[in-house]
Design a protein around this ligand. Structure first.
Ligand code: PMP
Length: 327
């Protein structure tokens, strides 16, 4: 679908996958007006295909567009485009279970020009690719590197938008994590380098155990510089449904480290569309290294992972009406 100043959205079409040609002065190449989304279509036990909360992706896409001074795509157009592609690619949606068709909607400026200003022409596209189960051999904890030298996003910046530039800014820290022998980066806030923000392409959750065996589950509050994940929002509901006490609150590096040292913090996991839920097994940082719990996937982590996946794959009822039937 195209957008042109004065004309709005026009010329929606479904075409075979093919390269695009770009003018060297295409404004996106220079000024990075580019945003995207990621969601999955699952084949249900009855053979039909459904997506998980696509309206939430459409809404976040509009919020990202506003932040990047791009036109907002109406939710109906977003959903119609995603549904049209999935229906066309129906045969590519893998069998039941954790396999899925990963859907990537995105938008960028197509105007040609060298002046720095919002472009007056954009293209919205949707592509898709089959995705296997994230942990085919069983859920494995990841090791994380706490980035103190680099930040992903700052107050007033684009951190809460799903903008391409945020990912470009994260690559050196991800490389640093790999050099440290870690799987993923964990980002801290830009001002104090003290508050936990999120991990690579996932939000974080902390499971606190009480002396009476009661669990408290927390996730960093939306600071304005972390991405408001749809998996994160869904887990707040699911954890409460399962009877856990849940809260969105700030958590510092010291809280994390001390909680693991004194045993009051029993589990940490990350969540996002791609891996659903990934346990965090160990932390490495300039302030020291430590193990999370016993370093193995925790009980609450696995309970929440199963509860969410069962809704997504159709193995369990969908009490919140999150699944969108496509075809
Ligand atoms: N944070 C970042 C930086 C991400 O890229 C993602 C993936 N979209 C997430 C968090 C998790 O968001 P969601 O649950 O919507 O996939």
């Amino acid at each position: 679908v195209k957008w042109t100043e004065g004309r709005g959205w026009h010329d929606a079409e479904l075409v075979p996958y093919a390269p695009l040609s770009v003018d060297p002065a295409n404004m996106t190449l220079h000024y990075a007006q580019t945003i995207f989304e990621g969601l999955k279509a699952y084949r249900r036990p009855d053979g039909s295909v459904a997506t998980f909360r696509p309206e939430a992706n459409a809404e976040r896409f509009r919020a990202s567009a506003r932040r990047l001074a791009m036109p907002e795509l109406p939710t109906e157009l977003f959903l119609a485009a995603v549904d049209a592609l999935i229906t066309q690619d129906r045969a590519w949606v893998p069998g039941t279970g954790e396999q899925s068709l990963y859907i990537r909607p995105f938008m960028f400026a197509t105007e040609v020009g060298l002046g720095v200003r919002p472009a007056n022409e954009y293209l919205f596209l949707v592509i898709a690719s089959p995705a296997g189960a994230y942990f085919p051999g069983g859920v494995k904890p990841v090791s994380v590197w706490l980035s103190e030298e680099y930040v992903r996003a700052a107050p007033g910046g684009t951190g809460a938008a799903k903008a391409g530039g945020n990912y470009a800014a994260s690559l050196v820290a991800q490389a640093q994590a790999a050099e440290q022998g870690c799987d993923q980066v964990v980002w801290l806030d830009a001002i104090e380098r003290r508050w936990i923000e999120e991990m690579g392409g996932m939000n974080l959750y902390f499971v606190h155990g009480g002396p009476d065996g009661k669990r408290r589950i927390t996730t960093p509050e939306l600071s304005g510089s972390l991405l408001p994940g749809i998996t994160r929002a869904s887990l707040l509901r699911i954890a409460a449904d399962l009877g856990h006490e849940v809260a969105e609150e700030r958590i510092s590096v010291e809280d994390w480290r001390n909680g693991n040292a004194d045993g009051s913090l029993t589990e940490v996991f990350a969540c996002g569309t791609a891996a659903v839920i990934t346990p965090v097994g160990s932390v490495k940082s300039a302030r020291g290294n430590w193990t999370v719990g016993d370093g193995e996937p925790g009980e609450v982590t696995l309970q929440l992972r199963k509860a969410l996946l069962d809704i997504q794959t159709g193995a369990a009822p969908d009490p919140h009406g999150w699944m969108h039937h496509v075809c």
